[in-house]
Design a protein around this ligand. Structure first.
Ligand code: GLA
Length: 363
């Protein structure tokens, strides 16, 4: 007996590095995803195979400890987290097939973890509900793999609704699907294919900086600052770096809320300036962009995009542009030309269609 589940990658429309500050984010799932086919074994081993990897990884239950398994850790960690919760996990064969480009900031890791978690939940009839699946997948990434991510990616992979963005309140973990009217518009994704240089260390530094700022301000998380508190909060912080982080997070939460209002009103075109303002905040205040991201975002806007911004953790990965349908091809070509002029590696691009979250495949 085996079951297959597919979980998607995501782009984040707006709201970056807000999740671990208990703020707001607005991702949507993309059509690219990871399919996990899971079956029980007659022995107790955990065997993980991937179409994208040469060698399968086999781990005995006794060796199932955080950081084990290399690339397979995202799958093995699900079994580990379930065992930590006192569940009995038999030997499993886990077969993976993903078309989310790795290292492009499109959450290939959350797609993998969520496909495995939903498939194992189904196969073993664990009865985990949406909240328990979220907790399980976050724990896998944070505690087993050791990636200090904030939870937005797993929420998007588990709960997205086709043709909608997922408005996430990262404090309550409540989500609301908000329709994205894309008549005459497309979300063009430019994958810079730039290496994620120092991405994990810089991500951790931002996260720790935000937490330090919240401590210095005597609040639980930066979410607790509204726009009216910003000036007094900035005046109370000594370090310029922390001031920049706080300004980014507070202004970003406001931009997410405004974007949600506009989408609810069906006015997708009007979110363009918010996307571009968000790019400036990530470039100047949070300092998580690199030249490839800046050139792609600027070029998209020059080529007629209504707005453009990097998406994901930063330091590489992708830019999204909200582009009138008739300009999509020319905008992609303009970025390619700008990259050639700058001596960057050629980018890849695709049009993203808001897709559904994790779902069972086949019978
Ligand atoms: C990565 C993390 C997320 C989130 C984004 C930035 O994708 O996995 O939790 O923090 O960066 O918004």
């Amino acid at each position: 007996m085996s079951v297959s589940w597919r979980a998607p990658g995501r782009v984040n429309l707006i709201g970056e590095h807000t999740d671990y500050n208990e703020g707001f984010a607005l991702p949507f799932a993309i059509e690219q995803g990871c399919t996990a086919t899971v079956s029980t074994r007659t022995d107790a081993q955990l065997v993980v195979r991937s179409v994208q990897q040469d060698e399968p990884i086999t781990v005995a239950p006794a060796d199932l400890a955080p950081r084990a398994g290399g690339w397979a850790g995202y799958a093995l960690g699900v079994a580990w987290a379930l065992r930590e919760d006192g569940r009995d996990v038999p030997g499993l064969t886990i077969e993976l097939d993903s078309d989310v480009p790795v290292g492009s900031g499109l959450s290939s890791s959350a797609a993998l973890v969520c496909s495995v978690a939903t498939a194992v939940n189904d196969l073993l009839e664990l009865g985990l509900d949406a909240d328990a699946l979220l907790a399980l997948t976050r724990r896998t990434e944070n505690d087993f793999v050791g990636a200090p991510t904030g939870g937005m990616d797993q929420l998007a992979a588990l709960r997205s609704v086709a043709d909608h963005a997922l408005f996430c309140d990262m404090r309550s973990l409540a989500t609301e699907a908000v329709h994205i009217a894309l008549d005459g518009l497309r979300v063009l994704v430019i994958d810079t294919r730039a290496e994620h240089r120092h991405a994990s260390g810089e991500y951790r530094r931002r996260r720790e900086g935000c937490e330090a700022a919240a401590r210095a301000l005597g609040i639980r998380a930066l979410r607790d600052l509204g726009p009216d508190d910003l000036d007094s909060a900035l005046a109370r912080l000594d370090e310029d770096e922390l001031r920049r982080y706080v300004r980014h997070v507070v202004t970003k939460d406001e931009r997410v809320l405004r974007t949600v209002e506009l989408l609810r009103a069906g006015d997708t075109a009007a979110i363009g300036p918010l996307l571009t303002a968000s790019q400036a905040s990530m470039r100047d205040d949070f300092q998580i962009t690199i030249p490839e991201l800046d050139v792609a975002a600027d070029t998209l806007v020059e080529a007629g995009a209504l707005g453009a911004r990097m998406t994901g953790g930063g330091f590489g990965g992708c830019v999204i542009g909200l582009v009138p349908t008739e300009l999509v091809e020319a905008a992609g070509a303009a970025v390619e030309a700008a990259y050639a002029r700058a001596g960057f590696r050629p980018p890849a691009s695709f049009v993203a269609h808001p897709a559904a979250g994790a779902r069972r495949i086949g019978a």
